[in-house]
Design a protein around this ligand. Structure first.
Ligand code: SF4
Length: 268
């Protein structure tokens, strides 16, 4: 029986991107293949120590080079947080029950990185859709082979483009380029900006988004002090944001500057 490590299932208001303000059920997978300096999500840290053992878990198609972490196995182990090992049936039942109780019409599969569990999503998404829920996938935009497996089963792909100057990670331009081509008609893009973000990286992300046919909405998400761990990088300046907005608007039809809203609303 296929299972996944799920850190939480809850109802809230979407605070980012194209569906900002929509009530949704969130299913948060534990674990992530990245280690962004601005990450404020403890669930991401659960499987950082496990992700390199793709062959063992036999769920991820992507290559090992897509996993980056500068932390030692000891440090990574120390970061483990709680999660539940859930079956598809139990996860689906919990999501559907919450959605009905709270009149939510969509579910966000988030993380961590949900595509680490693409096999689980292949079984889960049809059950959620059958119950009348739109399925949104929130992803770091790297596992394009895995996206190709699930793209027909989801309704929206919220894709991050990870700028190396923002994340402190290696670049993933080739993976992002493949990823955005996989389901552009369902995709919108988000880039997180910090005081370290370079305009060069940002422009590359804009060009990459402009390279696919159709309209792919593009969101600039400045990191806020709340979302940045203490001692990490700072939010970007207003001058930088103006330049970045101008650059994006010169090449893309739909560009929005939108910091995370849910902290302002006092919701999860
Ligand atoms: S990709 Fe997202 S969840 Fe993973 S480390 Fe980066 S910010 Fe955290």
């Amino acid at each position: 029986m296929i299972t996944a490590e799920i850190s939480e299932i809850f109802v809230s208001i979407q605070g980012e991107g194209l569906y900002c303000g929509q009530k949704q059920v969130f299913l948060r997978f534990a674990g992530c293949n990245l280690n962004c300096v601005y990450c404020d999500e403890p669930a991401a840290h659960v499987k950082r120590c496990q992700a390199p053992f793709y062959g063992h878990r036999s769920q991820v198609i992507g290559c090992k080079s897509q996993v980056t972490s500068h932390k030692s196995q000891e440090e990574l182990r120390a970061e483990r947080t709680n999660y539940r090992e859930m079956s598809v049936a139990s996860a689906a039942a919990e999501v559907i029950q919450l959605a009905r109780k709270n009149r939510a019409k969509a579910v966000s599969l988030t993380g961590g990185e949900p595509l680490l569990n693409w096999g689980f999503i292949m079984k889960l998404a049809p059950a959620l859709r059958k119950a009348g829920l739109a399925v949104h996938l929130e992803t770091n935009g790297i596992f394009y082979r895995e996206l190709s497996k699930v793209k027909n089963l989801v309704d929206v792909v919220a894709m991050d483009i990870k700028l190396p100057s923002s994340t402190g990670q290696k670049p993933f331009w080739r993976e992002h380029s493949e990823f955005i081509k996989t389901a552009p008609e369902k995709t919108f893009v988000k880039v997180v900006l910090t005081s370290k973000t370079s305009l060069h990286d940002f422009t590359k992300a804009v060009k990459l988004t402009a390279s696919v046919p159709g309209i792919v909405p593009f969101f600039l998400q400045p990191a806020t002090r709340r979302t940045l761990p203490a001692g990490a990088v700072r939010p970007p300046t207003g001058v930088f944001l103006e330049k970045a907005c101008c650059e994006a608007s010169s090449r893309l039809p739909v560009v929005r500057l939108l910091p995370q809203q849910h902290p302002k609303w006092g919701v999860k």
